[in-house]
Design a protein around this ligand. Structure first.
Ligand code: PGA
Length: 255
C-alpha cells in the first residue's frame, strides 16, 4: 500500500514571520494526522525557521529546489548537504523552474541522483503544456520527461522517489485535469514507463501526486482515483483553512 502524501508548495510566498504563523496553525489543525504523509515546502529563506518549528511533528519540510554538487562556487544555490540539514524532501523540476530558470530533464536527473545519494526524498514534477495536451502529445511528452529524470537510477533508489503529475495549464489557473484523465495519464505515462524501465513492483511502489489547482472542493475526486496517491498544492497551501480542508477532505474520502 502506498501511503497518501499531500505537500504544500509555497513558491515565493511567506516571510519568516508569516511562515511561522502558518505552520503554528497547521500544527494545531493537522497535528494528529498519522495515516497520511504531510509536508510543507517553504521558500529557502524560511526553511530553517519552519524546520525548527516543525521538529518532532508529523508535518515534514521540503525545499523547492537544490543544486547537485555538495559545495562550491555556485552563487545563489543550495547544496544537498545544506538542504539535508533542514528538510526531508526536495521538489525538483517544477514547471516554473523549467520555464523561468532553465531546468531541463538533464539537470533534473543530476539533482535527482544527488537527492537520493543524500537521503532526501525527491518530489519530481512532470507535466505537459496546453499545446501538447491539445495536440494529443501528453503521454509521449510526460513519458519522455520520466525517462530523462530516471536515466541511470537503479530500481531500489527509484522506489523512493515521489512524482507529481502537474499539467502546466492547470497550475495556478483554477483549471484542473479531470480526475479520470489524470488517472489515465499517470497510468500510461508514468506507471507503464516505470514498469518498462524497472519492473511492476517498482512502478507500483512509487507514489504519484496530482498537482494543478487542487482545492478543498476537488481533492476528494482526485484522491479516490487508484493511480493518484496525494497532491502537490500551490495556492491553496498558503492558508491554514484551505490546506487543512484539503487534507481533511482527502482523509474523509479515503475512509
Ligand atoms: P496550484 O500550484 O495549486 O496553485 O495550481 C500547484 C503547483 O505548482 O505545485
Amino acid at each position: 500500500m502506498r501511503k497518501p502524501f499531500i505537500a504544500g508548495n509555497w513558491k515565493m510566498y511567506k516571510t519568516v514571520a508569516q511562515a511561522l504563523e502558518l505552520v503554528a496553525g497547521l500544527k494545531q489543525t493537522l497535528g494528529d494526522v498519522l495515516t497520511m504523509e504531510l509536508a510543507v515546502c517553504p521558500p529557502a529563506t524560511a526553511l530553517a525557521a519552519v524546520s525548527g518549528a516543525l521538529a518532532g511533528s508529523n508535518i515534514g519540510v521540503g525545499a523547492q529546489n537544490m543544486y547537485w554538487k555538495d559545495e562550491g562556487a555556485f552563487t545563489g544555490e543550495s547544496s544537498p548537504v545544506m538542504v539535508k540539514e533542514l528538510a526531508q524532501y526536495v521538489i525538483l523540476g517544477h514547471s516554473e523552474r523549467r520555464q523561468f530558470f532553465g531546468e531541463t530533464d538533464e539537470t533534473v536527473n543530476l539533482k535527482l541522483k544527488a537527492a537520493l545519494a543524500h537521503g532526501i526524498t525527491p518530489i519530481v514534477c512532470i507535466g505537459e503544456s496546453l499545446e501538447q495536451n491539445k495536440a494529443g502529445e501528453t503521454v509521449s511528452f510526460v513519458g519522455g520527461q520520466m525517462r530523462g529524470a530516471f536515466a541511470g537510477i537503479p530500481a531500489e533508489d527509484a522506489a523512493k522517489v515521489v512524482l507529481a503529475y502537474e499539467p502546466i495549464w492547470a497550475i495556478g489557473t483554477g483549471l484542473t485535469a479531470t480526475p479520470e484523465d489524470a488517472n489515465r495519464i499517470i497510468k500510461e505515462a508514468i506507471r507503464d514507463v516505470l514498469t518498462a524501465f524497472y519492473d511492476t513492483a517498482t512502478a507500483e511502489a512509487i507514489r504519484v501526486q496530482y498537482g494543478g489547482s487542487v482545492k478543498p472542493d476537488n481533492m476528494a475526486d482526485f484522491i479516490v482515483m487508484p493511480e493518484i496517491d496525494g497532491a502537490l498544492v500551490g495556492g491553496a497551501s498558503l492558508k491554514v483553512d484551505s490546506f487543512t480542508a484539503i487534507v481533511k477532505n482527502a482523509l474523509a474520502a479515503l475512509k
